[in-house]
Design a protein around this ligand. Structure first.
Ligand code: HEM
Length: 594
């Protein structure tokens, strides 16, 4: 697999080379003058002028670039989006504040603040690099759907993620993306996505694990538990090689005896999960840093070591699948590519298209990233909301008990009919969407809708435009004055027709347009199934604050702050996907009817 960040040093050297090119050219010119003409600048003038030319050159260049962009915008009858102005040279203070707030503040808080003051689409001009940010549903609609062909994930995003994702459906564009998408799509048919037997086995494992730990008197990290559930389900569903992470000992909480906590040995599957998460964290940092990320990896790649662990886990599974396909190819009953066999895994399906280990590796990792952490993160947030809203939990249980009863396994039709369950999942995805931020790049100079219908905004080719569904999902002008409140009924009552039905692009947890999430129905089924099983078994959930690692607890200073920051009792963070900092430590009460 190519490792672009191993070329970080080369990239930086070439960037520096480009940066000092005017000085080198000036020095060369002066030396030529000295040698071949009667003009003899003094020796000190060569380095002096070579250095002095740099600020002048860049001042002129920056001015010219701004003028040029203005001209291009004017030619298209457009205006420039408002710019966020900092106080320090190069808007360094904005970079500092964004970086710091990412570490210490509530999710997207700083950007949310900017959107309130400057507007819902604006320009970030940091170190003379233009980037744009939006939470405007009309802009997002254009990017994802109506003007789809103009917007790509692009080579800048690809450069950031390639050392983790390789080339797959998630980070490719154009024909390559079509190839990956068409290769994967047949797998997500209704029959495949409603194979509940597999979820059932893993959900049962998760419940018994949780029961045992709770019975021993300790809180459970639900985020860890459900990540194991989705890891076991995904590895079985995708390549029929379940890693059985649920068989390993669960972590003990912060308030358990130290000896107990120290004794939890880490299994290979956990190393895989941790390494995978760490690699995504590194990638997210790169995406946030934009063009300058290679400068942070001059001393070495931040993903390479993690990916070695991931690959050590994955490669034997891939080899076995290719070998299995090789053996089966000789058999007469070989199916056509499009037909998906009853027990066929994604990997079985992919090896019909290719035996190239890199393509298989990348595609499988893409689907793992796309599908596993998103579902685990959403279930974590769902249980968090249950802990804060016992009334919602009670209503959900009522629906579950009346439709499915206390023990039976839910069917596809049961799940389809559980309207409150769907509304509950949607409300979770609204306030804490699994993919809170995303980015696209226009392939050419383009226009986006502005606040003035007569004058769109201009976006230059190849500039990054980050869009936040997280911020969009909380806008009061889109969702009403109670937008910050957790209330699943907004997906069922008159508010649905007032807000969402006329403007469906205000709710995009799965994206929209041709690149809409391939696993959306699969995810709804998996999450619904798990929640039904969970609430058949338990009838109360409470956070266990003392069990939470102290450094990861919600800062007391947040209490009473405006918006959700003031009411949140766990710390939502995002790498590529959303998670709760330090886990989600809970206690649950077993239902009497279970
Ligand atoms: C709560 C669960 C999920 C959420 C919120 C979610 C959300 C998303 C989002 C926002 C995207 C668009 C990413 C982008 O274009 O930048 C996406 C793409 C994708 N998702 Fe999901 N996803 C979920 C579950 C799943 C599952 C379970 C699978 C598969 C098993 C899956 C497979 C995919 C794939 C393959 C893509 C790439 C589509 C493309 O680029 O053409 N997702 N998902």
């Amino acid at each position: 697999m190519p490792l672009p960040e191993s070329q970080a040093v080369l990239l930086v050297v070439s960037q520096l080379g480009r940066l000092v090119r005017p000085s080198l050219l000036t020095a060369a010119l002066l030396l030529l003058l000295r040698r071949y003409t009667a003009v003899h600048p003094p020796t000190w003038a060569v380095p002096g002028l070579a250095l002095a030319v740099l600020p002048v050159y860049y001042a002129v260049r920056i001015r010219f670039a701004s003028w040029h962009i203005q001209r291009r915008a004017a030619r298209l009858g457009a205006a420039l989006p408002p710019r966020l102005e900092g106080r320090k040279f190069g808007n360094w203070d904005i970079l500092q504040s964004l970086t710091e707030s990412f570490e210490t503040d509530y999710l997207s808080e700083t950007l949310f603040g900017y959107m309130h003051t400057i507007g819902h689409s604006f320009e970030l001009y940091i170190l003379w690099d233009r980037a744009y940010v939006t939470d405007d549903a009309n802009v997002v609609k254009a990017m994802l759907a109506t003007d789809f062909n103009t917007w790509v994930k692009g080579d800048r995003f690809d450069g950031c993620v390639r050392s983790v994702l390789g080339t797959g459906v998630f980070n490719s564009d154009g024909d390559m993306w079509k190839f990956h998408r068409s290769m994967t799509r047949p797998f997500f048919t209704r029959e495949r996505i409603s194979h509940f037997e597999l979820f059932n086995r893993h959900a049962d494992d998760a419940m018994s694990k949780m029961r045992a730990r709770l019975a021993a008197g300790y809180a459970v990290d639900f985020q860890d538990l459900v990540s194991r559930f989705t890891l076991d389900s995904a590895t079985e569903f995708l390549f029929d090689a379940c890693v059985h992470s649920l068989a390993n000992v669960l972590p003990y909480p912060h308030d358990a005896p130290a000896a107990l906590r120290a004794n939890v040995s880490r299994a290979a599957s956990e190393d895989f999960a941790r390494a995978f998460a760490a690699a995504q964290e590194a990638v997210n940092f790169r995406v946030r840093m934009g063009n300058i990320w290679p400068y942070f990896e001059l001393l070495g790649s931040k993903t390479q070591a993690h990916m070695r662990v991931v690959d050590a886990f994955l490669d034997p599974i891939l080899k076995a699948a290719v070998e299995k396909a090789r053996v089966e190819k000789t058999m007469p009953s070989q199916q056509s590519k499009e037909e998906i066999g009853e027990d066929e895994t994604l990997l079985d399906h992919l090896v019909k298209y290719t035996s190239d280990p890199t393509v298989l590796h990348d595609e499988v990792l893409n689907i793992m990233i796309a599908g596993r952490d998103t579902t685990a993160g959403t279930l974590t947030m769902a249980v968090y909301f249950l802990s804060q809203h016992p009334d919602v939990l009670r209503r959900l249980r009522e629906e579950i008990l009346s439709k499915v009863g206390p023990e039976r396994r839910p069917t596809y039709n049961d799940i389809r009919e559980m309207k409150f369950l769907r509304a509950f999942i949607n409300e979770t995805l609204r306030l804490l969407p699994a993919v809170p931020w995303n980015v696209r790049y226009p392939v050419k100079d383009t226009l986006i809708p502005s606040s003035d219908p007569e004058k769109p905004w201009f976006i230059p080719a190849r500039a990054s435009v980050s869009y936040s569904v997280h911020c969009m999902h909380r806008r009061k002008d889109y969702w009403g004055p109670d937008a910050d409140a957790f209330d699943p009924d907004r997906f069922l009552d008159a508010r649905l027709h007032t807000y969402l039905t006329p403007n469906p692009f205000i709710f995009l947890p799965f994206n929209a347009g041709p690149r809409i999430c391939l696993g959306q129905q699969f995810a709804y089924n998996e999450m619904s199934f798990f929640l039904v099983r969970l609430l058949q078994a338990f009838d109360a959930v409470a956070l266990a604050p003392a069990a939470h690692p102290p450094a990861d607890r919600v800062p007391p200073a947040w209490r009473g702050a405006p918006g959700r920051k003031g009411v949140e009792r766990m710390w939502p963070k995002a790498h590529l996907t959303l998670y709760s900092k330090g886990g989600l430590w809970v206690r649950m009460t077993e239902a009497q009817n279970a």
